[in-house]
Design a protein around this ligand. Structure first.
Ligand code: NAD
Ligand code: USQ
Length: 382
């Protein structure tokens, strides 16, 4: 298939582009490289030394013999987006290209607005371009499990049957997101659902949980293909941060009580989920939602696992309960349905000690790149 991977220079997008290319798809990466600019803004860096995009793609060609085309461009620019659809006529448009950090969106008013501008405008442009130039193209859009929040009922996959005053309907599942960033994903979902209804767009909204891990089968083939690996308090995510903290001998930073529970998945499953979505497109006019996670854990459970695996490698790390910089629920009910992707053939890579040990080992090889002053959180919700 002809597939565009927007955001293909990022943590999820890069290994996905390699995986799809390896599977014989004709892949074009579109990226504005804004994530690399944000590193400069925040004084942060990937723990792994990632090459410039052109060099990464050249290394992939050398290793695999396959071409990945690259377009540097910003989805908030409609000329860029319309030319992508006109020139490439993609069958699937995989959309990772958003600002994805909750703390980044909570820095101040300007960041909240820029986060909305970038994410909501980019997705609107993609929807208009599909309508204008490629009405059959399947939009595979990365949303987030955090759109739902933590309701006191089971979380369904996008839709819920409701009976109200004697009448029944199938309605969008209620959303209670926990940051301005998570709110942008809710706005995107609404915009996509609306265009499916009025223009007959075909779309799959992948409500992804927190992704952990670093390498995939493809990135392991050459050190130049290494994935980015964020550890700072703005872009680093829970489990990856704990593994890096263990590697540098920092206490594990559990926010607040630590009973907050989320859905998680291995990066190796992210790439496969995208393939499954692309190869099983939504119908014209269908707004399909898949909850893309494989297991759920509390933050305390993750910290305890990392502490144990680190001890096996001779590292003693303590668990610290910091004042929570976010406003979050503790001790909440969490049961989310995730059967759609499993029914289509996903075979999860579960969070075993071996998986943790591999990520910890790579982290230990890169400790010299970690700027310790970026580890503790500075952005607060309140
Ligand atoms: P990332 O920041 O590493 O990568 C995003 C990429 O998109 C970057 O390379 C960035 O330069 C690019 N980009 C951003 N805005 C753009 C624009 N307007 N035009 C063109 N390119 C743009 O993020 P990631 O971790 O790879 O996440 C990818 C997607 O998956 C995001 O939409 C995110 O919300 C979603 N997601 C991520 C996780 C996770 O744990 N990492 C979990 C759930 C959902
Ligand atoms: N947490 C800690 N300590 C840390 C970091 C995080 O206790 O050092 C806690 C947070 O308080 C939160 C949980 O871990 O309760 C998850 O936080 P996170 O930073 O790992 O993830 P989150 O902010 O939710 O965002 C990440 C990605 C985002 C994606 C989301 C999926 O950055 O792009 O949308 O995961 S989900 O959480 O399902 O919405």
């Amino acid at each position: 298939m002809k597939i565009v991977v927007a955001g293909g220079d990022g943590f999820c997008g890069w290994p996905t582009a390699l995986y799809l290319s390896d599977r014989g798809h004709d892949v074009t990466i579109v990226d504005s490289l804004v994530r690399r600019d944000i590193d400069t803004e925040l004084g942060s860096n990937s723990m792994t030394p990632i090459l410039p995009l052109a060099e990464r793609v050249a290394a992939w060609k050398e290793v695999s013999g396959r071409d990945i085309a690259v377009r540097i461009g910003d989805l908030t620019d409609y000329d860029v987006v319309s030319s992508i659809f006109q020139d490439l006529e993609p069958e699937a448009f995989v959309h990772f290209a958003e600002h994805r950090s909750a703390p980044y969106s909570m820095i101040d008013r300007e960041h909240a607005i820029e986060n909305h501008r970038n994410n909501v405008t980019g997705t609107l442009n993609v929807l208009w371009a599909i309508k204008d130039f490629a009405p059959d193209c399947h939009l595979v859009k990365l949303g987030t499990m955090g759109e739902y929040g933590q309701p006191d009922i089971d979380i369904e996959e996008g839709w819920i049957e409701i009976e109200h005053k004697g009448r029944k309907d199938r309605l969008p599942f209620p959303k209670q997101p926990g940051s301005f960033y998570h709110l942008t994903k809710v706005h995107d979902s609404d915009n996509i659902m609306f265009t499916c209804r009025i223009w007959g767009v075909r779309a799959t909204d992948l409500n992804q949980g927190v992704v952990y891990g670093l390498e995939t089968e493809q990135t392991r083939r050459d050190p130049r293909l290494v994935n980015r690996f964020d550890y700072d308090a703005v872009f680093g995510t829970a489990l990856n941060r704990f593994l890096i903290q263990a590697a540098i001998g920092h206490d594990l930073t559990v926010y607040g009580g630590g009973s907050q529970t989320r859905g998680y998945l291995n990066i190796a499953d992210t790439v496969r989920c995208i393939e499954i979505a692309c190869e099983n497109p939504a119908e014209r006019g269908e707004f399909r939602v898949f909850n893309q996670f494989t297991e759920s854990f509390s933050v305390n459970e993750l910290a305890e696992k990392v502490q144990r695996v680190a001890r096996d490698q001779g590292l003693e790390v303590a668990i610290s309960h910091l004042d929570n910089p976010r406003v979050e629920k503790y001790d909440h009910y969490y049961h989310a349905v995730n059967t759609n992707l499993l029914d289509l053939g996903l075979e999860p890579h579960l969070l075993t000690d071996d998986v943790l040990a591999e990520i910890l080992a790579v982290s230990r090889e890169n400790t010299d790149r970690v700027r310790r002053e970026l580890v503790l959180p500075t952005v607060t919700w309140a």
